[in-house]
Design a protein around this ligand. Structure first.
Ligand code: SF4
Length: 452
């Protein structure tokens, strides 16, 4: 997924990026970094490191001390290229028109072909991430950055939210379907671009609007220099997984608070499961909490926390290595035995992707004496891989692609498994700003026309 943040016209740009990235930490914990442009010295300097934002910025005191007025930052969760320091962003490129920094959230589906064509024509890559190839495409076009971008991006099939800085100009771009999010905000005389509204608000800023699908916006010295739609598709398709899992509950997506959308998912799940009798509704923390609250309220069943999250562990799903993921799962959830023992439990989680964690959670709860576990998910069965930025690369990794619901229940050791239906999920996610979504991982229908 990754998170991006940018601020311009601000004398403390580097430290503003630090605050912004802290509030986007949930979007990626493998690497973080910043690139800062100083309008007086006309220099662009960067600092990146492996690990979470605090590690990177504390270990590189220079990161927040780089003086400058325009800065971008990035938190990384690898979907393309190895999870290594080599791919930590922002990338800084020395181009024909000077130094340019880039932070990218998303994934380029046709990247292999693009990379092969670029290498054939003599390109040498410094990274193994698709983000670098975007810049190579831009460099091969004539004109300024905003003139070259539409022509370069026309060659890409995928999802992206991009922030560039060049000569003190901050440029934001969102893909033509709006799959990946990008929000515009204002803080005093500065403009901010961020993956989520919460990063703008927690920086003390005000959220202005979403960057539109297919929009390019260039901002300099507190003024919007240019904003235009370079390409717009009929089907606006923001990723519905943002509301289910990725976005902070405190963010607004599609004009609706994510917490509210998750509570509505829980409410609709409760209506689907009205025949199931239980003593208590419990979430798998943290991402199941709001759906469980919505479920409990609708079903008039007490809500309780039988599992407590170890907050010193990362989010297991967004760690790229399966072995690391498995170890983290074992120590990230702490059961409270007396809340679980002898209970018929409706256990709510956000989604069932690989099934890595669910079997372990069932075993954990049974070892604490759970009588029945009715497992409910605020996502439909994930049957198709995501090519737009979530790490589910092949069908064979997806449990719901390989098993029926009954088989899944048996496999993970639940009394039964209940998925929210896709129409109900869409109903819950819809807000004032959007009614349609990318839901390809549940439907197999990819907005950009990918056929598998
Ligand atoms: S395929 Fe799924 S996870 Fe990927 S962008 Fe679409 S809804 Fe989001």
């Amino acid at each position: 997924m990754c998170g991006v943040f940018g601020i311009e016209n601000n004398d403390k740009a580097a430290s503003a990026v630090f605050t912004g990235l802290l509030n986007l930490q949930h979007r990626g914990q493998e690497a973080a970094g910043t690139a800062v442009y100083n309008c007086s010295s006309k220099t662009l300097r960067g600092c990146v490191g492996a690990g979470n934002v605090l590690n990177v910025f504390n270990n590189n005191a220079a990161a927040t001390a780089i003086s400058g007025n325009c800065a971008i930052g990035h938190v990384r969760y690898a979907t393309s290229g190895k999870s290594s320091l080599q791919n930590a962003q922002p990338f800084i490129f020395n181009t024909k028109s000077g130094f340019i920094a880039l932070a990218h959230n998303g994934n380029i589906y046709n990247d292999k072909q693009i990379a092969a064509r670029l290498q054939k024509s003599g390109a040498i890559f410094a990274h193994t991430s698709d983000s670098e190839h975007i810049m190579h495409l831009v460099e091969r076009e004539k004109g300024s950055l905003i003139e070259a971008l539409p022509k370069a991006l026309a060659k890409i099939n995928g999802a992206y939210a991009l922030i560039f800085i060049q000569d003190g100009v901050m440029t934001g771009v969102r893909d033509p379907y709006g799959i990946r999010p990008l929000v515009l905000g204002k803080l005093g005389k500065s403009y901010i671009l961020a993956s989520e509204s919460v990063a703008i608000e927690m920086s003390g800023g005000e959220v202005l609007r979403d960057i539109a699908p297919g929009e390019i916006i260039a901002i300099e010295k507190g003024k919007i220099k240019k904003s235009f739609i370079f390409e717009r598709k009929k089907n606006y398709a923001p990723c519905i997984f943002e509301q289910i899992y990725f976005a902070s509950p405190a963010s607004k997506v599609c004009g609706k608070t994510v917490a509210k959308a998750r509570m509505e998912m829980g409410k609709l799940l409760a209506r689907q499961m009205k025949d199931i009798k239980a003593d208590v509704v419990m979430p798998v923390p943290d991402s199941g909490v709001f759906a469980a609250l919505g479920f409990a309220k609708e079903a008039k069943i007490p809500f309780d926390m039988g599992l407590v999250r170890n907050h010193y562990m990362g989010r297991s799903f967004i760690t790229p290595d399966q072995k690391v993921r498995e170890n983290i799962v074992r120590i990230k959830l702490l059961p409270i035995k007396e809340k679980i023992k002898g209970k018929r439990i409706i256990l709510i989680d956000d989604s069932l992707v690989r099934g890595t964690t669910s079997g372990k959670i069932m075993r954990l709860m049974k070892s604490c004496g759970a009588k029945e576990i009715h497992f409910a998910l605020s996502a439909p069965p994930v049957i198709s891989p995501c090519f737009y930025g979530i790490d589910t690369p092949t069908k064979k990794e997806l449990i719901a692609h390989n098993m029926t619901t009954a088989q899944i229940a048996k496999f993970i050791g639940a009394s039964n498994v209940n998925f929210i239906t896709l129409p109900n999920l869409i109903k819950a996610a819809q807000g004032t700003k959007c009614k349609t979504f990318c839901a390809a991982c549940f439907s197999g229908k990819y907005p950009t026309g990918i056929k598998i």
